[in-house]
Design a protein around this ligand. Structure first.
Ligand code: HXC
Length: 257
């Protein structure tokens, strides 16, 4: 498929999406949103893909929503277009997603990273929700996901002052999954993706659904959801195979079903 703003490739069972608007520091315009969502949904529908990595450039994962595109819009255009609501579809993919973050992950860039299941970031990566400096607020879930990830005190600090956070602080606060040397960001993300893609895809999908439920609901409902998802793994071939392989002291041969 031909895309204008992203590069797409497959490495083993991993689908790799590279944001590619270098001159605009990968600012997220509507075309890029549509392409990322289309590519991610195509990977999600492909049984040969077991993990999806989204990355940017050395300088910027993404420096935010495209301010030039937004600057001319008014309230009624934004709300009737449901501007940026398509990004929400990334949150409902079944395939695990990994953001490989180098450089700036600001505004919508930080929100895109938080839409992914894991964030692997380089030491000099920078996270922030600077929308307040533009007279707006986060609009792709940042006020919600950042608060759930790092708590109210830190989220208020970031969102009200617009200050940035370096990777070590993000790592300490639990915003990111792993911090690695700058040169290792994509290799590390691809390695983690390869590990995940080697597991049973059906179990991965249920596992991420369970963890996401913790993000979205109370403990009682979350535990109940986990229990029924857990029981449903016993309807899969991969449960039979995984447990048989353990008992027989061999590697499992998952069929992802
Ligand atoms: C459009 C952007 C952009 C953005 C950078 N560029 N960020 N264009 N939208 N978000 C463009 C610049 O205009 C410039 O183009 C080129 O990329 C290089 O950027 P510079 O500013 O020259 O680079 P530098 O001096 O290194 O500064 C990097 C930076 C700065 C600190 C990241 O670009 C910056 O502050 N960007 C905006 C960050 C931000 O506010 N993000 C939140 C956006 S709001 P030209 O053509 O001039 O060379 C948001 C809302 C989400 O995300 C919710 C929406 C509903």
């Amino acid at each position: 498929t031909d895309y204008n703003t992203i590069l797409v490739e497959v490495r083993d069972r991993t689908g790799l999406i590279t944001l590619n608007r270098p001159k605009a520091l990968n600012a997220l315009n509507t075309e890029l949103m549509n392409e990322v969502v289309d590519a991610a949904e195509a990977f999600d529908a492909d049984p040969a893909i077991g993990a999806i990595v989204i990355t940017g450039s050395q300088r910027a994962f993404a420096a935010g929503a495209d301010i030039k595109e937004m600057s001319v819009k008014d309230f009624s255009e934004m709300s009737t277009e449901q501007f940026f609501s398509r990004w929400d579809r990334l949150a409902s993919l079944r395939t695990p997603t990994i953001a490989a973050v180098s450089g700036y992950a600001l505004g919508g860039g930080c929100e895109l990273a938080m839409l992914c299941d894991l964030i692997i970031a380089g030491e000099s990566a920078t996270f922030g929700q600077p929308e307040i400096n533009l007279g707006v607020i986060p609009g792709i879930g940042g006020s919600q996901r950042l608060t759930r990830a790092i708590g109210k005190a830190k989220a208020m600090d970031m969102i009200l002052t617009g200050r940035n956070m370096k990777a070590d602080e993000a790592d300490r606060l639990g915003l990111i999954s792993r911090m690695v040397a700058d040169d290792d960001v994509l290799p590390a993300a691809l390695e983690v993706a390869g590990t995940i893609a080697g597991k049973s895809a059906i179990a991965s999908a249920l596992a991420k659904e369970a963890v996401n439920r913790a993000f979205e609901s109370g403990l009682t409902e979350g535990v109940r959801t986990e229990r029924s998802l857990f029981y449903s793994t016993f309807a899969t071939q991969d449960q039979t195979e995984g447990m048989a392989a353990f008992v027989e002291k061999r590697d499992p041969d998952f069929q992802h079903r």
